[in-house]
Write a protein that binds this ligand. Structure first.
Ligand code: HMG
Length: 369
């Protein structure tokens, strides 16, 4: 498992100052300190390729990938799968099956469960699951301090070296208008209070369903990770289910990236694995995935012995520490997807989006340096 995010961030105290909001509301009330912001040359495809290249570096042979599933809710194309660009730049086999999936922030979990079933039926196959999102709310809205974005890449295989996805799960689907983005809109629309209420109700239902189906008790779960649209939401989820457990390690990356939608839960999971001082060998981690609209799932993974060899904690910390702070004015420019003509923007990975020509996105490999 690996993740990537933008090379740029905005401090939330800078946002608060410019929106005439007490910065304690963002930093304490919502629990967010910084958010990743994206220059015009970076999009869901370029960050996805960056995350995928990191995880592919762990594979002996890239031809082992049979299926690529790209999960996103911020696609720029209603027909063509964003996964095809990733397939192309990674140089995967032409007979690799590629498709996108969508269900708000839940979609990576759907893709992961699909991949698990596929590998069970085809034990020699490996599936590359990608989740990549950049979340935009309107300027000045209550959602604005919870923007963010990141991409996650996971290889699902017969003999996992990091975690085993367990068979127990409980899902809950209900039709609700808590967060949506009509085709013509660049920014998400939402009912913040309703979304938080439904998130917590879905957690209660799926957690109880998981315990019933699995015959486990809460004490069988060693650590827990929640979808984190903002850190305080995950803390409220923890308070409802595992009030005695700390989830601080799961939120270290999220608090400085923001809501990365489909990738969010898995960024929290990597944050836990990278930052926990405990030895997690053989431990069970409960995971709560929520996607507005809405679908939720509570499921679990167990950590494989020797998992630390598969982590890139130093690299992840460095990626986040080395990000470049933007001013409020630059942030506003990024929101409009505008480039400063006098500036060359940094990319997180080796591919950048150079222009849109005849309504087609043109990507190119970045020359090193
Ligand atoms: P709001 O309504 O402006 O904020 O936005 P609020 O008034 O509820 O205040 C937030 C917290 O800050 C409160 O704490 C206040 O007390 C506190 P709480 O009572 O909740 O513990 N506060 C302060 N603390 C310290 N000093 C101060 C201060 N002032 C206030 N001076 C809201 C909050 C969540 C509504 C907003 O951020 C929002 O609408 N976000 C977008 C929707 C969202 O993230 N929903 C989460 C659940 S839905 C989900 O997870 C799915 C999603 O990821 C999308 C997908 O699935 O694709 C979003």
């Amino acid at each position: 498992m690996a993740f990537s995010t933008s090379r740029y961030f905005l401090r939330l105290d800078t946002l608060a100052k410019n929106r005439n909001v007490d910065c304690a509301k963002y930093c304490i009330g919502i629990g967010q300190l910084k958010m990743s912001v994206f220059p015009p040359n970076e999009d869901i495809v370029t960050i996805a390729i960056s995350a995928a290249q990191k995880v592919m570096a762990r594979l002996v042979n890239k031809n082992e990938i049979d299926v690529l599933i790209f999960a996103t809710e911020s696609s720029f194309d209603l027909s063509k799968s964003a996964g095809i660009y990733v397939h192309h730049f990674l140089g995967l086999r032409p007979d690799c099956r590629v498709f996108d999936v969508k269900q708000a922030c839940y979609s990576v979990t759907a893709a992961l469960q699909l991949a698990r079933s596929f590998v069970k039926d085809n034990p020699d196959s490996k599936v590359l699951v990608i989740g990549s999102d950049i979340l935009k709310y309107s300027a000045g809205s209550s959602g604005e301090p919870t923007q963010g974005g990141a991409a996650i890449a996971i290889i699902v295989a017969k003999n996992p070296r990091l975690m085993i996805v367990e068979q127990h799960f409980s899902t809950y689907t209900t039709e609700i208008m808590d967060f949506w983005r009509p085709i013509e809109e660049g920014e998400a629309l939402f009912d913040g209070k309703l979304s938080a209420q439904n998130y917590l109700q879905s957690l209660e239902i799926t957690f109880l369903g998981y315990l019933k189906k699995s015959d486990l008790t809460p004490s069988d779960i060693d650590q827990v990770c929640f979808h984190a649209p903002f850190s305080k939401m995950a803390i409220k989820a923890r308070n409802k289910t595992f009030a005695d457990k700390s989830i601080d390690d799961t939120l270290i990356y999220n608090a400085i990236i923001g809501n990365s939608c489909s990738a969010s839960l898995y960024v929290c999971l990597i944050s836990l694995l990278d930052n926990s001082g405990d030895d997690l060998d053989g431990k069970r981690i409960g995971l709560f995935s929520y996607g507005s609209g809405s679908v939720a799932e509570f499921f679990s993974c167990t950590v494989v012995s020797g998992y630390r060899h598969m982590l890139s904690a130093e690299e992840n910390r460095k990626m986040l520490e080395d990000r470049i702070e933007v001013s409020f004015e630059e942030y506003e420019q990024f929101c409009k997807n505008q480039a400063d003509p006098g500036k060359k923007y940094a990319n997180v990975g080796s591919i950048r989006m150079v222009r849109v020509e005849n309504k087609q996105r043109i990507y190119e490999r970045r020359i090193a340096g």
